[in-house]
Design a protein around this ligand. Structure first.
Ligand code: NAP
Length: 509
């Protein structure tokens, strides 16, 4: 039975750690805190299940583009992945199983939304108002995800469209798309998985492309029964396999961060992918990107280009002027009648909505603090002015090439080290110094100047409105892991726990 956050008397619940979000990040934090004996925690989750992005993104064709052997917890290997790039239901089932087997679910409060979290400076506690009542905690761990709040496009008339409209991350499964006329807006990672699935069932599909992405072939294959048995039975095999994938992926880093020309072979693969999938030279031209490979996320698909080339699909590159009650009107005035519009336009990434709900001791929200210069944190995890706050998948921790689960485990290791340091030093609060945080971000942004994300000639969700990359990590991931492997207390202001006032007995003894 899941405990109520409110005590029996209705008094606020007090825990040591409050974790927000039950995706990979929140789940990892819960499991590892428990492992350390830090069992006094709660995880609040706005939805009714674990899984985060892998619970929410149920669109047809949803699958991971990082191999599952790597896109899984190092401490919970799964020899049963059915193919190299797992589909969403399999990843979601994995997370549910890991949560169940770890025995942490009794401290998860589902259907509970964080409304507001304020630091109480006198009590050295976070006071979180949730939809299930008030929760006080020593630490606040934000694992709400960087790709969780759908961003809807600002298109005139979209809200008044007479048919069905839904975002890729909020797929409406009650709508049967068979035989319908459908428009997909966007050609990002989600859209290129959706388009081939829809092409097979709809009567007509219009794909609205603003920028053509780079799409390389997907080297996906199903594991044989023999392989799966070997992964299960041969000691060390799965770990070696995982390490191999990890190291192979790290070799992509120099192309992103030092010299985009190194990506020449990948570019040739992508161009060959276009030629293989699309016979029409005019259409080939229209889907050929005009920026450096890697500037936006590199996509993988074997099915996207053939779907675009199908008779029942039109690629529209004219831009959208407006949506009427039954059609999408392009900038050139062409009106295309549709029954359903699928909006695959991504997420709020550089202005994290949760930042509006977290207020530090100075009375300013994280969003207000970040408004002027964009998101920034110390090591992507902690923020000056916000004691005992720990981000998982925080600013500049995103990856364009490898597994975010690796990042999450690295950040959770840092959280654990911080908690251990707080216990050992009897600290009520820890907060990174502004000097250390500024130095960290100056160095990081200096590196960013030379990356393909800055020089590659595109705009992307990696950049904020100042053109600053506040989302990605510009180095190898093992460097990040090394940085987060110990709690560097000397760069923190540590506030000791108040000394208990001596009792009369103490004084007379
Ligand atoms: P996205 O990469 O941000 O793509 C959004 C698409 O919508 C882009 O093509 C964008 O065009 C277009 N768009 C945005 N606003 C528009 C507007 N007003 N009018 C017309 N087009 C508009 O979003 P996403 O595809 O949902 O993917 C987000 C991230 O989620 C990915 O980069 C990836 O990290 C993750 N993801 C991963 C997987 C996977 O593992 N397979 C799958 C899905 C998502 P522009 O390019 O011109 O901006």
């Amino acid at each position: 039975m899941i405990p109520s956050p409110l005590g029996r008397s209705g008094a606020p619940r007090r825990v040591e750690h409050l974790v927000v979000g039950a995706g990979f990040a929140g789940l990892c934090a819960a499991i590892k805190l428990q492992e350390d004996g830090e069992t006094d925690f709660l995880v609040i989750e706005k939805a009714g299940d674990v899984g985060g992005t892998w619970r929410d993104n149920t669109y047809p064709g949803a699958a991971c583009d990082v191999p599952s052997q790597l896109y899984s917890f190092s401490f919970a290997p799964n020899p049963d992945w059915t193919s190299s790039f797992s589909a969403q239901p399999e990843i979601h089932a994995y997370l549910r199983r890991v949560a169940r087997e770890a025995g942490v679910l009794d401290r998860f409060l589902f259907d509970t939304r964080l409304e507001d979290a304020r630091w109480d400076d006198a009590a050295h506690q976070w006071v979180s108002t949730t939809s299930a009542g008030e929760i006080r905690s020593r630490t606040l761990v934000l694992g709400a995800g960087a790709l969780s709040e759908p961003r809807l496009p600002d298109i005139e008339g979209l809200a008044d469209f007479g048919g069905e409209v839904f975002h890729s991350a909020r797929w409406d499964h009650s709508v049967d798309l068979t035989g319908k006329r459908v428009a997909v807006i966007g050609t990002g990672a989600s859209a290129i998985q959706i388009v081939p699935e829809l092409q097979r069932i709809v009567s007509h599909l219009d794909v609205y492309q603003r920028t053509a992405p780079w799409v390389i072939p997907r080297a996906d294959r199903r594991y044989s029964a023999l392989e799966r048995t070997a992964l299960q039975k041969v000691p060390g095999l799965q770990r070696a396999y995982r390490t191999g994938i990890y190291l192979a992926r790290e070799t992509y880093v120099p192309a992103f961060t030092i010299q985009p020309k190194i990506a020449w072979p990948a570019k040739q693969l992508a161009l060959a992918n276009i030629r293989r999938g699309i016979p029409d030279p005019v259409l080939r031209e229209r889907v050929t990107p005009t920026f450096e490979l890697g500037c936006k996320r590199v996509l993988i698909s074997n099915a996207y280009y053939p779907a675009l080339a199908a008779d029942n699909v039109d690629l529209v590159t004219d831009g959208i002027a407006q949506v009427t009650s039954g059609a999408v009107v392009a900038d050139d005035g062409t009106e295309r009648a549709v029954d359903v519009i699928v909006v695959a336009t991504g997420f709020f990434t550089t202005e994290l909505p949760i930042a509006e709900h977290v207020t530090g001791p100075a009375g300013r929200t994280l969003a207000q603090v970040w408004a002027e210069r964009g998101m920034a944190a110390y090591k992507g995890t902690t923020v000056p002015g916000f004691p005992n706050l720990f981000f998982l998948v925080g600013p500049n921790t995103g990856l364009g090439h490898s597994s975010m689960v690796f990042v999450i485990e690295s950040q959770v290791a840092y959280l654990r080290a911080a908690v251990r340091a707080m216990r050992a030093g009897r600290y009520a609060a820890v907060e990174p110094t502004r000097t250390a945080t500024d130095r960290w971000n100056r160095r990081l942004q200096r590196r960013m100047d030379h990356t393909v994300w800055s020089t590659g000639g595109c705009s992307s969700w990696y950049l904020d409105r100042h053109g600053r990359n506040t989302t990605l990590w510009p180095r190898a991931t093992f460097t990040m892991r090394a940085q987060l492997s110990r709690f560097d207390q000397d760069t923190y202001t540590c506030t000791p726990l108040p000394t208990p006032t001596p009792t009369r007995e103490d004084v007379t003894a």
